[in-house]
Design a protein around this ligand. Structure first.
Ligand code: SF4
Ligand code: SF4
Length: 342
């Protein structure tokens, strides 16, 4: 499957994605907050610096909110990576969360990991698992283990059919092989090397209960495949980019937005990740989250818009920019990069 951008699909345009969501008649997200008595989203202290190093990926998954793939060329420069490190040096943000694309394919990945760990920060690698098997990534698993990097890895289903439907033929088998390599290096085995898995629904519905899905994943992966992991995180599919294209193709956009609206959860709204995250794009632009980044909705115009401006002027607190896609974070048990919010 090629990226939307490479086939010039109209939904490669963030403006067209936002227009498509508006056409469903779903109310503006801030209006939903107001009608449910929830205050507009403001940031608290920043706990996570999430850095998207680029859109290159060895996969082209059907639900990808980045529209990543082997044909994407956007990639962070060393100068921008140095600015990330400078920001971490000046601000005691506890966690550096590195994402992509497949972040490991960025020439800056190992530089950022080493710098983050040297500064004593928790470093997270958002890993698609199959990248660990690429011949070009020989030595990556020992590198991650040596630097005690936490791995958060997507595995939509513990069944081959579910995972392969969403992520491509043969991806489940490769993901299990990669998990086995991680287990052999000590990940997921209770020795302090953490590998969490991420479940998202294979279709236009919300995830099941995180705790019960975790039990199912644990049993099936251990008994059928002999692999183990730490925690399962459940996330909802965001109605943007390639998942939005799927919704449109299957005439499900209106129904999905209605589901997100009907299941709006004020408690989840209070805990959305944008309140404690700052998201950095491959080019150094700042966003409230990775979803806003892909929709090209930069941070509130009153504050610094780039890493360089932030380093010069300071100012980490801001009002969060929202749009209708935000309903994907507040439905049901809530959804964030850290899994369910309740
Ligand atoms: S979902 Fe992840 S692994 Fe799949 S194409 Fe997107 S960035 Fe790559
Ligand atoms: S999509 Fe981003 S800005 Fe909107 S609620 Fe979710 S984390 Fe916050």
């Amino acid at each position: 499957m090629p990226s939307l951008l490479s086939v010039r699909h109209p939904l490669a345009s963030p403006t067209e994605q936002l227009r498509t969501l508006a056409r469903t008649g779903a109310p503006a997200f801030d209006a939903v907050l107001e009608s449910r008595g929830v205050a507009p989203l403001e940031t608290r202290a920043i706990e996570v610096l999430q850095v998207n190093v680029g859109k290159l990926c060895n996969q082209t998954c059907g639900h990808c909110h980045v529209d990543a793939g082997p044909d994407r060329r956007e990639s962070m420069t060393h100068e921008t990576a140095e600015q990330v490190v400078e920001l971490l040096t000046r601000h005691p943000i506890p966690t550096l969360d590195i994402t992509g694309g497949a972040p490991e394919l960025s020439p800056e990945f190992r530089f950022l990991v080493e710098a983050g760990r040297r500064l004593g920060r928790r470093v997270i690698d958002r890993c698609n698992l199959t990248v660990l098997l690429l011949p070009s990534q020989d030595g990556l698993v020992p590198f991650l283990a040596e630097h005690r990097v936490d791995i958060v890895a997507s595995l939509p289903s513990f069944r081959a059919s579910g995972t392969d439907t969403q992520r491509g033929e043969g991806v489940f088998a490769k993901s299990v092989a990669a998990l086995r390599r991680l287990n052999d290096a000590g990940y997921g085995t209770g020795r302090g090397l953490v590998v969490d898995l991420v479940h998202n629904p294979v279709g236009a519905f919300l995830p099941g209960t995180q705790a019960s899905l975790e039990r199912d994943y644990r049993r099936e992966l251990r008994d059928r495949h002999g692999v183990v992991f730490d925690r399962l995180l459940t996330i909802a599919n965001m109605p943007i980019s390639r998942f939005l294209e799927f919704l449109e193709r299957t005439a499900n956009t209106g129904r999905y937005m209605d589901l997100l609206l009907r299941t709006f959860n004020p408690a989840a709204a209070a805990g959305v990740m944008c309140r404690t995250h700052l998201s950095v794009g491959w080019d150094g632009a700042l966003y409230d989250c990775d979803f806003n980044q892909m929709l090209e909705l930069p941070v509130d115009p009153g504050g610094p818009a780039t890493l360089r401006a932030l380093l010069e002027r300071g100012g980490l607190s801001r009002r969060v920019r929202t749009d209708r896609h935000c309903l994907g974070c507040t439905a049901g048990a809530g959804s964030s990069c850290g899994g369910a919010l309740e």
